[in-house]
Design a protein around this ligand. Structure first.
Ligand SMILES: C[S@@+](CC[C@H](N)C(=O)[O-])C[C@H]1O[C@@H](n2cnc3c(N)ncnc32)[C@H](O)[C@@H]1O
Length: 254
């Protein structure tokens, strides 16, 4: 049992409401911030119990921020914990947060769980997260719940919205750069981890991926899949060479 789950199971302080499989996931991506001056923003304060849990977990250098629409949450402020009041679907409010929180290393969206709230929060605050930070959105199951504007493969849900991220992290390899250009997301998202009801995005500055070969050839031939015609193979090879030359001459536009 990791320290977070242990804390949760023994909690006699303010109420925490979490799906129990989240604790293993948190620990996997957040343990590297323990004992550091991490700046964490959790959207959705509720009774403040999860902020107390983060304080215990990260230690006395951590700075913890809780955002909630409920003004009563203000009373939960204490040493290391600052409470902000506002609506996470309000893009103007979210923009104003950037000045109040110039640094956010970890963002946990456990607030309204509505499509608008999750998408607006991501669009405004993901670019603001530290370049090696972590963005977590939880309770993604609301993307399948009609009450929350969800439905299976329904356009406009947060799940459908994030499926585009899979394309974006592959944009370096796109042969149709008009439809799939290298974006700020491509350059800043290192990994997407989907779990039941939770998406974890690890940030890291990303450059054009490269590949190399080492060692010597060990078999006489290197057949390509038969589905690719000879004409296609030649055209692809020429295009790859041109792309490589272009990215070598102008790496930012590649
Ligand atoms: C699921 S609870 C948070 C649970 C808490 N993080 C925990 O782990 O114990 C959701 C919280 O989000 C808040 N909330 C709901 N809609 C919101 C919105 N639009 N903006 C900010 N907070 C919101 C609610 O007031 C509630 O306190």
């Amino acid at each position: 049992m990791n320290d977070l789950l242990q804390y949760f199971e023994n909690n006699k302080k303010n109420r925490i409401h979490k799906w129990t499989h989240y604790f293993e996931i948190y620990d996997r991506y957040l343990s590297r911030f323990r004992g550091t001056a991490v700046h964490l923003l959790e959207i959705g304060v509720y009774h403040g119990g999860s902020l107390l849990m983060w304080k215990h977990y990260f230690g006395n250098q951590a700075k913890l921020f809780g955002l909630d629409i409920n003004p009563d949450c203000r009373q939960l402020e204490e040493d290391q914990i600052k409470i902000l009041i506002g609506d996470q679907s309000d893009r103007r409010f979210l923009e104003s947060l950037k000045a109040q929180l110039p640094r956010i290393d970890v963002l946990i969206d456990d607030g309204s769980h509505t499509m608008k709230g999750q998408i607006n929060t991501f669009e405004v605050l993901f670019p603001h997260i530290s370049p090696t930070g972590v963005y977590i959105c939880e309770d993604l199951h609301t993307s399948y719940w009609m009450d929350y504007g969800g439905g299976v493969r329904k356009s406009g849900t947060f799940i459908e919205y994030t499926k585009d991220f899979v394309d974006q992290i592959h944009a370096w390899h796109s042969e149709d750069r008009k439809r799939l250009p290298v974006s700020d997301f491509t350059r800043s998202a290192y990994a997407l981890h989907y779990y039941d009801s939770m998406l974890v995005i690890e940030k890291r500055p990303i450059e054009q991926p490269t590949h190399r070969m080492t060692g010597v050839p060990a078999v006489p031939s290197e057949p390509l899949p038969p589905e690719i015609s000879t004409k296609d193979k030649i055209a692809r090879k020429v295009k790859r060479m041109k792309d490589r030359a272009r990215s070598f001459l102008n790496p930012r536009r590649a």
